[in-house]
Design a protein around this ligand. Structure first.
Ligand SMILES: O=c1ccn([C@@H]2O[C@H](COP(=O)(O)O)[C@@H](O)[C@H]2O)c(=O)[nH]1
Length: 275
């Protein structure tokens, strides 16, 4: 029986640190890495990031969209990268932001969260804006298979602000805070987590750091989007130890030989600011 995702995440972070390495093969990165913008280039790019991340970070996060650009060949490349990452002992969060009505959502869960599926990952980013309840089939599948979900709550992109800070009821709770409140907190570190951009201020969303005490927090926005690792304690307070410090371009921009040093530097900076 596989251990729950939350426990596996805690163990991975304790062993290798809280940096979550994005695998985002942007066309400009493929070119600067000397790789073709095709399935061969995607596969090589992903494998090089995995090799740099193994032992230096606990978690990688492939951005599915960049693989999807190349259709079925891109998906074959992604399957290879997922397998290499999991074989290397890295936890994989597939950043696909899936969400749909329940029956279709169940099929997404089967694709990404079922053991033996070609796209099997350890966790998946999911979109609750068709209603948190629409995620129930995926939540059941994740729990059944020891997988994780990261539910979009307060995303790093500025244009999400109005929707996610909307007050939905007389009690003044925001949409984002309601999503956080709706997640399972049945373990010291649960298997249902949230996506909260490192570019946002929790107070604007009515989210208290205590609300995050038992939730893994996937925090994109470090690096290229402007968030700074040294601000982690100010951004997340008492929940900072639950945060996966996610960065893609910031770790990838210096070319294939720059990835390992960039991960090392990020990990050291996180550990020193949390010490
Ligand atoms: O709120 C969110 C949710 C997901 N992302 C994703 O993270 C990476 C960020 O890439 P950078 O190069 O570090 O900016 C990317 O895959 C996004 O789709 C996010 O940025 N914000």
């Amino acid at each position: 029986m596989t251990a729950p995702f939350g426990s596996r995440l805690r163990a991975a972070v304790d062993a290798a640190g809280p940096v979550c390495v994005g695998i985002d093969p942007h066309p400009y990165l493929l070119e600067s890495w000397g790789l073709p913008d095709d399935a061969v280039g995607l596969r090589e790019f992903g494998v090089r990031v995995v090799e740099a991340a193994a032992g230096r970070a606990g978690v990688v996060k492939p951005q599915v969209a960049f693989f999807e650009r190349h259709g079925s060949a891109g998906y074959a490349a992604l399957e290879h990268v997922l397998d290499r990452a999991r074989t290397a002992g890295l936890l994989v969060i597939a950043d696909a932001k899936r969400g749909d009505i329940g029956t279709t959502g169940e099929a997404y869960g089967q694709a990404w969260l079922t053991p033996g599926s070609p796209l099997e990952s350890d966790a998946l980013t999911v979109n609750p804006y068709l209603g948190l309840g629409s995620l129930d089939p995926m939540r059941r599948l994740a729990a059944q298979h020891g997988k994780g979900l990261f539910v979009l709550a307060a995303t790093s992109n500025p244009e999400a602000f109005d929707t996610q800070t909307s007050v939905r009821a007389a009690d003044g709770e925001t949409v984002a805070a309601a999503i956080v409140a709706g997640l399972a907190t049945d373990a010291e570190l649960g298997s249902e987590g949230v996506v909260i951009g490192a570019t946002v201020r929790l107070a604007d969303y009515g989210i208290d750091t205590d609300d995050l005490a038992r939730l893994p927090v996937l925090a994109p926005g470090f690096g290229a989007q402007g968030a700074r690792i040294r601000d982690l304690p100010d951004l997340f307070g008492s929940a900072a130890r639950n945060v996966l410090v996610a960065s893609s371009r910031g770790l990838l921009d210096d070319g294939p030989d720059g990835v390992a040093p960039a991960i090392d530097a990020a990990r050291e900076e996180v550990l020193s600011c949390l010490a």
